[in-house]
Design a protein around this ligand. Structure first.
Ligand code: C5P
Length: 236
């Protein structure tokens, strides 16, 4: 941890995935939820948080012109084959004086604006890498490629992590310059041996991946937030 960090904040919104698990005819971020695309909702949530100076959206190459026309106030760049390629493309478009970066999946379209502020607060307090996480309620098994259980990790030690994930720009650039592979940005930071801090996540920040998730999101749209007990104090 360092002293309090001030400085410009950019939010990168990767939205370049095809979303094949949703089984629809368009990239996932461009699917509509109660009349608004997932991307539109994610941009609105980032803006509503009031903690971000620049928004960079990363979209499939063929949609760059269209998204630029729809959202003239955000930076729009073309994504790549893997999510990390898309994040790297977004990072390259961040203002040079950016000090803090949030990376937020467009697919987490119902994320409450307060979660962005929570992650930024931890970064401002000196953490180099911050992820929102929730305790897991299912028991998780590690399995081999034939489906036989290898072991059962201690559930109390596990967190299901979400986005926005926050980083100092220097650390995220270093993480993405490495050849390591990971399913989220924090995983690249961990591979550098740098600490990653978990702050309480939000149930509404779930990633819309399957048709079931989309139905759930439709049902939640327009409903008030559920007041949950403090996630860190929930029984495991
Ligand atoms: O595929 P997955 O659900 O993990 O994607 C998470 C987010 O990353 C989505 O918002 C998706 O649009 C984005 N993504 C991307 N470029 C890719 C793959 C995924 O921007 N090549």
């Amino acid at each position: 941890m360092t002293d309090d960090v001030q400085g410009r904040i950019v939010a990168l919104i990767p939205a370049a995935g095809q979303g094949t698990r949703l089984g629809l005819d368009r990239p996932k971020a461009f699917v509509e939820l109660d009349g608004q695309t997932l991307l539109n909702r994610s941009i609105d949530a980032v803006r509503a948080s009031g903690v971000v100076d620049q928004v960079v959206v990363i979209v499939p190459p063929e949609l760059v012109d269209d998204v630029r026309a729809r959202f003239p106030e955000v930076s729009v760049v073309a994504g790549g084959a893997e999510r990390s390629d898309s994040v790297r493309a977004g990072l390259a478009a961040a203002d040079p004086d950016t000090e803090l970066v949030l990376v937020h999946d467009a697919a987490r379209a119902l994320t409450p604006p307060a979660l962005f502020a929570r992650v930024v607060e931890a970064l401002r307090g000196g953490a180099g890498a911050v992820v929102p996480g929730l305790p897991v309620t299912d028991t998780l098994k590690r399995v081999d490629d034939t489906g036989v259980v290898i072991d059962t990790p201690n559930r109390a030690e596990l967190r299901a992590v979400q986005t926005p994930q926050g980083f100092t720009a220097e650390l995220l650039r270093r993480a993405h310059a490495s050849a390591a592979d990971a399913t989220d940005d924090a995983g690249l930071v961990e591979a550098l041996g740098e600490p990653v801090v978990v702050v309480p996540g939000e149930a509404r920040a779930f990633k819309i991946t399957t048709p079931f998730d989309l139905r759930l999101a439709e049902l939640l749209c327009g409903t008030p937030d559920v007041v949950e007990p403090d996630p860190e104090e929930q029984p495991s």
